[in-house]
Design a protein around this ligand. Sequence first.
Ligand code: NAD
Length: 267
Amino acid sequence: PLKILTGQKAIVTGGSSGIGKAVAIALGEAGADVVVNYHSNEEEANNVAQTITSAGSQALVVGADVSQEDQVQSMFRQAIDKFGTVDILVANAGLQQDAPLDEMTLKQWEKVISVNLTGQFLCAREAVREFKRRGVVEKVSCAAGKIICMSSVHEIIPWAGHVNYAASKGGIMQMMRTIAQEVAPFRIRVNSICPGAIRTPINSQAWNTQEAYNSLMKLVPYNRIGEPEDIGRAAAWLASDQADYITGASLLVDGGMCLYPGFAHGG
Ligand code: NAD
């Protein structure tokens, strides 16, 4: 991989599995030192850190629940103590708790909103505090800091049975755009990646049998499932100065899922 992030310091939340794991490794392979945040699986976070170290970058494993203000602040303190500063935040941690609307509990609603949306707010706020304190460091990056929010095609596509999740991702879209507008004068770039169907534990029932996979492909014009590495490469590029003039954007990485595949043969 190209060393497009040499010397930069990154935090990836939910970095012990799936997309977060692939993003943490991709940033490390691109030359960034990476804080690998995990919530429950410390062992897998240590494996991710090991892979990053083997690629020649530094890694720090930090446990934190992103929906808890004190834990997010402590995670940023540990990152800054270890690496001196933070240049890149990938706010990736997220979960689903699915139910039809009339069966969804307030607890399920609040859990998904607090991790997926409030968790990204808390992380973005700490990142912006550090970016504003420090400003641009010219040898490191053209920007004073970069934030990537892990959104979803469900910031656009409604999703029956998942109202909490779709609302959290729609919320991320306007949160990201508003923060981007607010901090652009400080040379801080804020963007989202919107993955389509990616092969991770969050949606295994959508791909782990041939029947499920075939049915999923009806929604994917490019006719293959996305791999976590597809998102890892996009994140490394979007965080780099190669993407320096991009802010406030939602980058779809979805094999065409948002192209209304049902209309491909429609008349
Ligand atoms: P995943 O379940 O493998 O990873 C989610 C990670 O978030 C896990 O490591 C989990 O421990 C962590 N997490 C959950 N609650 C947390 C908390 N309170 N604090 C810190 N970490 C917490 O699933 P994934 O597919 O890799 O999902 C990553 C992100 O990508 C999520 O935001 C998800 O909504 C988004 N996404 C995934 C897909 C897909 O198809 N897999 C599509 C669109 C968007």
